[in-house]
Ligand binder design. Sequence first.
Ligand SMILES: Cc1ncc(COP(=O)(O)O)c(C=O)c1O
Length: 358
Amino acid sequence: MLSNNNVEKLARPEVRQLVPYESKHLPECIKLDANENPFPWPEGMRKELFSEKLAFNRYPDGMAQDLKRAIATYTKTQPAGILVGNGSDELIQLILLTFGGSGKSVIIHPPTFSMYQMAARLTDTTVVQVPLLHGLELDTEKMLMAALSPEAHVIIVCNPNNPTGSLFSREEILRLVRESGKIVVVDEAYAEFSGETLIPEIDHYPNLVIMRTFSKAFGMAGLRLGYLLGQPETISLINRVRQPFNVNSFSQKVGILALGYVKEYQEQIQQIKAETQKLYGRLTQIPNVVVYPTKANFILFKPSDPDGWTDKLLKRGFLVRNMGDLPILGKCLRISAGLPEENEGFLQVIQEINQSQY
Ligand SMILES: Cc1ncc(COP(=O)(O)O)c(C=O)c1O
């Protein structure tokens, strides 16, 4: 019989080196750690969903045609230029399965979203890191230099960037698209909050791919639904590596319904933006805390003792994201805007923590 050790030896070397992603699941806490929409779904949406007849004994529509039509209307694009996925996490992998792989590289700009590196490791794609200038701004020149390498096939720009909240100029990103000659993925997970998008540019550039998600503004993180937008020929390449039924019928249906409530979601988005700015303003008033400006629904900040603050906040029932030691910026915490009363509670607790330090 094989020992556990020998079973491990049979695994691919890349897999043996991986550390599994473990997210904190503490439902009793006030969750300010994952940049979700804290509001319930718009009035009527749940009712509408449960009055639908959904045939769960049948496979989903693998082409997600109705959902693509709804997304096309929302994004003012065409269904042939859309690919849906089981969250954008799956889509990042599909992009690297298509354009990355052994002997190829993806260029990223740390500090940024950790799943890009994870997907690169899984697909055996080399990661080339071009850090943000001062931890906040795109270093377009260096990214273009890195893109000169024949191995470089993909550049990922996260806009607004998670975890910094910074928004990059569209001209800088378009320079990468025009001059790199590589696939440029713009992750617009938080675009509904920033109000900025490069979607209208898709028609001009076959190497531009935009990634969006229903997990943030649309409050569907638990249902895992994301989509890619690009020119039909580019999207059809990525479609070749997709599993036939990658998005379940339930998520497809909720995505369609959600896009019928855009006006209601807009109201939530406005409230979340106002709450984020309130949190930002109040955090900047706390001595010895560096706070970074944001165009998303979360804020990155640097207290004097980030690890101590994380523990103290957790003891008082608030879950925040400890980002660890970020390149250039150092140890930081990230919080997302919660419900108004949750944000008030959080601000009170950090005032107490801060005062107890001196
Ligand atoms: C920048 C960015 N892209 C993508 C995602 C993942 O989205 P999804 O829930 O669709 O996998 C996140 C989630 O935190 C994110 O911050």
